[in-house]
Design a protein around this ligand. Structure first.
Ligand code: NZQ
Ligand code: ZN
Length: 473
C-alpha cells in the first residue's frame, strides 16, 4: 500500500427534501451573500431554483443567480462568474446541478480569490490562494464532483479541456435528494452510471499490486452499480435505486476508493481531449467507448488482475486460461456500458454524438448483400458495378464535406483540408465526366443499386424514428 493523504471535509445532507435545508445550513456556516450557479434549464424548469432561492430568503441570505452552464463547462461563463463575485462581494458559491455546474462553480470560487485570469490556475496548477466556500445541490449522479477535489473546464478558444485539483475546493456541503434525479433522461442516467463505474476502474487498474482494503471497497461499489443500473433504467422513479446510485456516485470519486494506490486516469485524459474537440460529446458516453479499448490495449501487462475483476464483478468462472478470462472481463465491461440490450450508450466512436453518427447497420447490410450476390455473379460485373458506386459515393462525399465545412466552419481535420472547394469541385467534375461516359447497361445496374440503397435508407429512418418515439415515451 502506498503512502497517502486524504482530505474529505464535505458535510452531506442526504434524502428527501435535502435541498430545503440549504438556507438554514449555509446561514449557520456564516454565508451572507451567495452566488447561485446552475445549468441550461432543467433546474429552472423543475422549480428547484425557486425552491432553493426561497430557502435562502427564509434564512436571510442575499443571493444572485448565474445560469447557463453547458455540459463540458466553458471558461467564458466562469470568467463572468468571477466578475460577479468580485463586484458583489459574494462569500459562498452554491452550485445547483451536475458535474458541469459544480466544476464551473469551483472554478469561479477559485477565480474570485486570485488577481489574474482564472484560466492561469489550469495552466500553473497553483495552490497558494484562498477559495470561496462551495455548496452543492446535486441533480445528477455521475461526475462525483459534489465531494471531489477536481474541476474540469473547457477553453474553446484554445481547443482544450483540462482539470485542476485542489483540496480547498472540495464542497463544504452537498445536498443530495435522490428525487431530484427522477427527471433525468435515460441517456443521462446511463452516461452517469458509466462515468462513476469508470472512476472505479481508473483506480483499480494501475501499477500497484493488490490493496485489499481499498480494492474490496472499490469492487463492492462496482457490484452495487451493476445491480442498481437495470433497476434505475427500468423504473426511473424508484427512490431506493436512485438513492443507491446517488450515494455510490459520490463514493466512487471522493477518493476513498483509490487510497494507497497510484491510480491511472489515462482514459479520462483521453476522453477530455475528445470532449474538447466536440463539446457535444457527453463525458460518460465518451468513456463508454474509450475505456474498454484502453483495457484491451493494456490488459497484457497484468491479465490476472483483469481476470480477477471479471470474476469479482461479473461472476465469470475461471477457465484456466488467464488471457481468455481477462478478455471476457473486458467484453462484459463493454456490454455493461451498452446497458445491455437497452443500447443506451454507444460502443463505437461514430455513435457518440447523433449528429456525426454513421449508419453502420446499412453499411453492414450492403456489405453482406454484396458478398452474397458476388457468389452468383461474374467478377467483372461486380467490378463494374462497384466502380460506378465508388464514383457516385465519391461525388456525394465531396459535396457532403463541402456543405458541412460551410455549415460548421470550425470543423477540425480532416474537414479542414486547405482549398477544400477547389479539391471538392475537381473531384465532382472528374467523377461526373467518367460517369457521363459509362454505357447504358452500367447505368441500369447503377440505378438498381441506388434503389436498393434508398429502400434501406428509408427502412433505417423508419426504425430510427420508432426508437426515438419509444425513448421519448
Ligand atoms: O444543463 P441542464 O439543463 O441542467 O441539463 C443537464 C445536462 O444537459 C442535465 N441534467 C442534470 N440534472 C438533471 C438534468 N436533466 C434533467 N433532470 C435532472 N435532474 O444533464 C446534462 C448533463 O449534466 P452534466 O452536469 O454535464 O453531467 P455530469 O454530472 O455527468 O458532468 C459532466 C462534467 O463533469 C466533468 C466532465 O468532464 C464533464 O465536464 N467531470 C468532473 C469531475 C470532477 N470534477 O471531479 C470528474 C469527472 O470524471 C468528470 O471529468
Ligand atoms: Zn469521469
Amino acid at each position: 500500500m502506498e503512502n497517502f493523504e486524504f482530505v474529505s471535509p464535505t458535510h452531506f445532507v442526504f434524502g428527501r427534501g435535502a435541498e430545503e435545508q440549504v438556507g438554514e445550513k449555509l446561514a449557520a456556516a456564516g454565508a451572507k451573500r451567495v452566488l447561485v450557479h446552475f445549468g441550461g434549464g432543467s433546474a429552472v424548469a423543475s422549480g428547484l431554483i425557486d425552491r432553493v432561492g426561497a430557502s435562502l430568503d427564509a434564512a436571510g441570505i442575499e443571493h444572485l443567480e448565474l445560469g447557463g452552464v453547458r455540459p463540458n463547462p466553458e471558461i467564458t461563463l466562469v470568467r463572468e462568474g468571477v466578475r460577479l463575485c468580485k463586484e458583489a462581494n459574494v462569500d459562498w458559491v452554491l452550485a445547483v446541478g451536475g458535474g458541469s455546474v459544480i466544476d464551473s462553480a469551483k472554478a469561479i470560487a477559485n477565480g474570485a480569490c486570485v488577481e489574474g485570469d482564472v484560466w492561469e490556475l489550469f495552466e500553473t496548477k497553483a495552490l497558494d490562494h484562498d477559495v470561496l466556500p462551495i455548496a452543492v445541490v446535486l441533480t445528477i449522479p455521475a461526475a462525483g464532483s459534489e465531494a471531489s477535489k477536481n474541476t474540469v473546464i473547457s477553453n474553446d478558444e484554445l481547443g482544450r479541456k483540462t482539470g485542476y485539483a485542489n483540496n480547498a475546493q472540495r464542497p463544504k456541503f452537498a445536498f443530495m435528494n435522490p428525487e431530484l434525479t427522477f427527471t433525468l433522461p435515460p441517456f443521462q442516467t446511463a452516461a452517469g452510471l458509466t462515468d462513476m463505474f469508470c472512476h472505479l476502474l481508473e483506480r483499480f487498474f494501475d501499477d500497484v499490486g493488490a490493496v485489499p482494503v481499498t480494492d474490496n471497497l472499490n469492487l463492492s461499489l462496482m457490484n452495487t452499480i451493476r445491480a442498481e443500473a437495470p433497476r434505475v433504467l427500468a423504473d426511473p422513479d424508484n427512490y431506493d435505486a436512485r438513492a443507491n446510485i446517488m450515494w455510490a456516485g459520490m463514493l466512487c470519486h471522493q477518493g476513498l476508493a483509490g487510497v494507497g494506490r497510484h491510480e491511472d486516469w489515462a482514459t479520462h485524459g483521453l476522453e477530455h481531449e475528445l470532449s474538447a474537440l466536440n463539446p457535444a460529446i457527453t463525458h460518460g458516453a465518451g468513456l463508454a467507448v474509450m475505456f474498454p479499448a484502453w483495457m484491451e490495449y493494456v490488459h497484457t501487462e497484468n491479465p490476472a488482475r483483469f481476470a480477477f475483476y471479471g470474476q469479482a464483478v461479473f461472476g465469470l468462472t475461471p477457465t484456466g486460461d488467464v488471457e481468455a478470462d481477462a478478455l471476457s472481463a473486458i467484453d462484459e465491461t463493454r456490454a455493461f456500458f451498452a446497458m445491455s440490450r437497452d443500447g443506451l450508450i454507444p460502443q463505437s466512436v461514430c455513435k457518440i454524438h447523433p449528429r456525426f453518427a454513421t449508419p453502420h447497420r446499412i453499411t453492414i447490410i450492403v456489405g453482406i448483400a454484396v458478398a452474397i450476390i458476388s457468389g452468383f455473379t461474374p467478377i467483372n460485373v461486380i467490378a463494374e458495378m462497384c466502380s460506378v458506386g465508388t464514383l457516385f459515393a465519391f461525388i456525394i462525399s465531396s459535396i457532403g464535406v463541402m456543405v458541412m465545412r460551410r455549415k460548421y466552419p470550425d470543423l477540425p481535420r480532416p474537414f479542414r483540408c486547405p482549398a477544400i472547394y477547389v479539391v471538392g469541385t475537381l473531384a465532382i467534375v472528374s467523377c461526373g465526366y467518367i460517369m457521363y461516359n459509362l454505357s447504358s447497361m452500367t447505368w441500369e445496374r447503377f440505378w438498381v443499386w441506388s434503389a436498393l440503397g434508398i429502400l434501406i435508407y428509408f427502412l433505417y429512418g423508419y426504425r430510427h424514428s420508432r426508437e426515438n418515439k419509444e425513448d421519448a415515451a
